[in-house]
Write a protein that binds this ligand. Structure first.
Ligand SMILES: Cc1cc2nc3c(=O)[nH]c(=O)nc-3n(C[C@H](O)[C@H](O)[C@H](O)COP(=O)(O)OP(=O)(O)OC[C@H]3O[C@@H](n4cnc5c(N)ncnc54)[C@H](O)[C@@H]3O)c2cc1C
Length: 338
């Protein structure tokens, strides 16, 4: 790659409405504390900043990736040869009118959930413990208790790769279990309208407290992780149980590879006990997938998304499968000590 660091610095410095850091260690900003260097991290403060950043990236033809809090992302330990556009803190204005909430995409989910509870609105109780941004949650159609944020979305405002604004209705977002059309669109979500229901503020806060308490007792909190690694498939759930149970049943709870470990507390979480690499995590994913497949006949897919050095994003099990093709087919291409 041609070293055009000075050009990149000049082009990014000309953008208004963003904060910029160069040569950033992704391990330092990622929830999993994994990832090599990125050329720059641009943090959006205004929608105009997002528009200008996208136009600059288009003109430069540099790879770029939008992130929120990185709570669903595994960066490669070799890093990312491009620019990260971060839509998070500083891009988090929120207005509530009657039962409609209009919020910027960078608002943190727990903060948004509590604001809606204060306003006597119900609907976001299941999201209160999810450590992400609204933009990330809507893109992933995230949620808990078998629910997704999509059912409350009224409208999504985005900016496309030419820096133009567009809107999607709820129907156009095509929400499905942890899926939305936004995952394929290569756009940046900047604003979301949510439609909620009137309720008693104290009751909503109590339900949220209960959700937070129940998660605290079940999920590992003290080591870096990215939440649930594998998606729960309804057919598998009915016969075998959730992914955590299946992983426990094949004896992998606590299993380690380098600095990565299948959590002792909840087997669907992979924790970084210190110095884990992206390969350590992908290897564990390949091993879990192979062992559970052999024991149950179900191939579990990942919720977590892997970002390669070029900034391409894929479900982490696809990356693991490419690297260790035997991992899901019962072959023996995982190292012998697996
Ligand atoms: C401890 C823990 C618990 C978790 N529990 C849950 C849970 O209960 N339920 C659940 O669903 N998830 C859970 N997660 C996963 C994660 O928090 C959610 O997927 C969250 O919605 C991701 O938000 P984010 O802002 O961190 O997105 P990121 O991880 O930064 O990004 C996720 C995807 O969204 C894209 N994206 C992010 N922001 C934007 C934007 N503004 N515009 C366009 N695309 C964007 C990214 O490119 C990426 O593809 C958990 C994670 C952790 C660490």
């Amino acid at each position: 790659m041609v070293d055009d660091t000075d050009d990149l610095r000049m082009d990014l410095a000309a953008i208004r409405g963003v904060k910029i850091a160069f040569d950033v260690s992704l391990a330092g900003i990622s929830r999993w504390a994994i990832g090599g260097p990125a050329r720059a991290v641009v943090s959006a403060v205004t929608a105009e900043g997002v528009e200008q950043t996208l136009r600059t990236m288009r003109d430069r033809r540099d790879p770029f990736l939008v992130v929120g809090e990185t709570s669903n992302l595994l960066f490669d330990s070799e890093g990312f040869d491009g620019v990260i556009l971060r839509v998070g803190r500083g891009f988090d204005h929120c207005e509530i009118q009657e039962t409609t909430v209009r919020a910027e995409a960078g608002i943190s989910i727990p903060q948004l959930a509590r604001l809606t509870a204060d306003a006597g609105l119900s609907g976001l109780e299941h999201t209160v413990g999810i450590p992400g941004t609204l933009g990330g949650l809507v893109t992933m159609n995230g949620g808990s208790q078998r629910r997704g944020i999509g059912s409350h979305v009224g409208r999504v405002v985005y900016i496309d790769s030419d820096g133009r604004r567009g809107e999607l209705s709820q129907e156009e977002c095509r929400f499905a279990y942890r899926r939305s059309v936004l995952q394929e669109m290569n756009v940046v979500v900047v604003e979301v309208d949510l439609n909620l229901d009137r309720a008693d503020a104290a009751v909503v806060h109590r339900s949220m407290d209960a959700v937070v308490e129940s998660r605290r007792s079940r999920f590992p909190e003290h080591l870096p992780n990215c939440g649930s690694t594998f998606l729960s498939d309804p057919e598998m759930y009915a016969t075998v149980g959730p992914p955590g149970r299946a992983i426990e049943d094949v004896g992998l709870k606590g299993f380690r590879r380098g600095g990565a470990q299948i959590s002792e507390q909840h087997a669907n979480f992979i924790v970084n006990t210190g110095g884990a690499t992206s390969d350590d995590v992908l290897w564990l994913i390949a091993k879990i997938r192979r062992d559970v497949m052999q024991a149950t006949g179900f191939a579990m897919d990942c919720e977590v998304r892997y970002v390669n050095k070029q900034g391409e994003v894929s479900a982490a099990h696809e990356a693991a499968q490419q690297r260790w093709p035997g991992g899901t087919s019962g072959g023996d291409s995982l190292p012998a000590h697996a």
